[in-house]
Ligand binder design. Structure first.
Ligand SMILES: [Zn+2]
Length: 347
């Protein structure tokens, strides 16, 4: 879990994934046959197979939702532009890190919406949910000092310690650093795969699957497999039929979300293999949300694609929660599939 802790705590918003990439690169040194970074910042890791083996692209995104500094006001407060889908209700009273490019320092600060505290606000003021645009960062520094250290375009990330609670882990950016972790563990386990495996650690997924799209053109895969988190809303005050997946219920085999409908023969093969190997799994239909599979599937003339999901409670908050047994199930199923191959692409 030490690797997942480092991946969770490191900062990397869309377009600024370099620190995440560094950790993964170090981890894959000597594990894969080729390692390279493209102009979009995607990290490509290739594990070769025998001549004529079909090519599988496995994609996991490195970026996390976060912010860029949009404006520094005369009092030294920072206004932010979000990159990725935040719910403002989850952003009150957070600790943040401002990655100051002028001084090269990591500046600690707090995030709050403008307005009055409870003691002096009216009931009407208290009932309003602020917009993302109402939030600002307070670094506790003099305006001159802020302007000497921070400029427009600097990355801002939420600060959260990763916790191992025994059966589950919780922290920030588990969407999709768990996908990165699953891809790394799979590459370490794979021996003589039936596919030439192109594991791509993608950029800018949270702003529209951008890195995966260009990577799919580079790799020209025969099949695409995205690794991402999905909703596990098996929590209080939610009806059973709305939960999407269950934490600890096994790896999610995605039927559809709003970016892609999984290619049916791939879904059937994964399902059959999970049953044959006794790997815990659950079918998943997600009404809204997407993964890199949506980009891979629509590249070139179309690529058969699917997503393997890790159930996560509290998605897109800094308290995302993942079950260790679901992680293990995902690695087991992906490894088995890449090892065994598919009858479909032979001949
Ligand atoms: Zn994601």
């Amino acid at each position: 879990m030490d690797l997942l802790k480092r991946l969770s705590e490191v900062a990397g918003v869309p377009g600024r994934e370099e620190r995440v990439r560094e950790i993964i690169e170090t981890e894959l040194e000597g594990v894969v046959d080729e390692l390279s970074t493209d102009s979009m910042g995607n990290l490509h890791a290739v594990k070769r197979a025998g001549d004529g083996a079909p090519r599988a692209m496995v994609a996991a995104h490195m970026d996390e939702i976060g912010f860029y500094v949009k404006f520094v006001d005369d009092k030294g407060f920072l206004r932010l532009q979000q990159v990725g889908g935040f719910d403002p209700r989850n952003l009150f009273a957070r600790q943040v890190i401002v990655h100051g490019s002028l001084s090269g320092e990591e500046l600690l600060g707090v995030l709050n919406p403008g307005g009055k505290p409870i003691h002096i606000s009216t009931p009407e003021e208290r009932s309003k949910v602020p917009l993302l645009a109402d939030f600002y960062v307070d670094l506790g520094l003099e305006p001159d000092e802020v302007k000497a250290k921070v400029r427009i375009g600097d990355m801002v990330t939420l600060r959260q310690e990763f916790l191992d609670l025994g059966k589950v882990v919780t922290g920030k950016a588990l969407d999709d650093r768990t996908g990165c972790w699953i891809a790394i563990q799979t590459l370490k386990r794979l021996k003589d795969p039936a596919f030439e495996v192109h594991a791509v650690f993608t950029t800018q997924e949270e702003v529209g699957l951008r890195g995966a799209l260009t990577s799919a053109y580079r790799v020209e895969p025969d099949i695409g497999i995205a690794l991402d988190t999905t909703l596990a809303v098996d929590t209080p005050d939610i009806k059973d039929h709305q939960r999407v997946t269950k934490l600890g219920g096994g790896v999610g085999i995605k039927v559809m979300d709003s970016s892609a409908i999984s290619t049916r023969w791939l879904l059937d093969e994964f399902l059959e293999l999970a049953e044959k190997r006794g790997i815990d799994h659950q079918l998943e239909v997600l009404p809204l949300g997407g993964t890199d599979a949506g980009a891979i599937q629509r590249s070139r003339l179309g690529v058969p694609s699917i997503t393997l999901s890790t159930p996560s409670r509290y998605v897109h908050t800094v308290t995302e929660m993942i079950s260790k047994s679901d992680l293990e199930a995902a690695v087991a199923l992906l490894t088995a599939y890449l090892q065994e191959g598919t009858a479909r692409l032979e001949s």
